[in-house]
Design a protein around this ligand. Sequence first.
Ligand SMILES: O=C(O)CCC(=O)C(=O)O
Length: 249
Amino acid sequence: MTTTATPNIDRIINEVDERGFCVVHDVICPEKADEARNVLHDLLDAEITEQAREARTQRVGQIAVKHPIFLELMCHPFVLAVWQRMLGEDIMCSSWSANTVYPGHDHIAWHSDYPYWSLKPPWPAGNLAGQTLWMLDDYTEENGATAAIPNSHKKGHFPDEPKNEWRDEGEIFIGTRGSVVFAHGAWWHTARPNKTDQSRSCLLGMYLMPWFIPQEDMRAQLEQLENPSEIVQQLLCGKQHRPNTVGVY
Ligand SMILES: O=C(O)CCC(=O)C(=O)O
């Protein structure tokens, strides 16, 4: 399913359950996506390393504390409504980062997302974690769009070899900036080669049930924020149970 406007949340969840992902077009307007993209490009310029230049790809982490627009998108009501319906009211955000593929970047190997890659297969069935991919550039067949294999989230294990070759059953996500891909965390996905002369960026937010260890140290980011709202405290793992010593009060 490819949905636009005010899509029915149950339909999105059914699609994620059934096929492993669902593209929802135009969740935010292109101008808002441009705002986030411009902020991201300042960070990319400030943080780029020789290694990233050579790899033709760059990750920006800890974005919850790098600019308020990222905090706003992490808490986007529509995104939270989808994941809270699917995973529970008390979800946390396990990682929140940006990924950019520059012109000439070849591809990303097929993989599944955390927490699955930290678990020995067979992975548990059901829904534990949801990946949210925000397109910050228009996604085209040519510019390094993310792609995924339908139903792969049900396989319960890491992508089969070869991990570096395109598979014909793969679906390439095409869409306007501001569109969102909702995905089951166990999905097998990749990014296509960027054959254009422009970079392609996305934001990736993984939402998780609260009994997992988050992938990133979200609490460290929470400590850097002044007066975080209740939902920011929850998403940045401030309300998660922490191990204690039983019997000591
Ligand atoms: O940048 C992309 O297209 C996808 C990145 C990705 O798959 C990941 O970070 O797990």
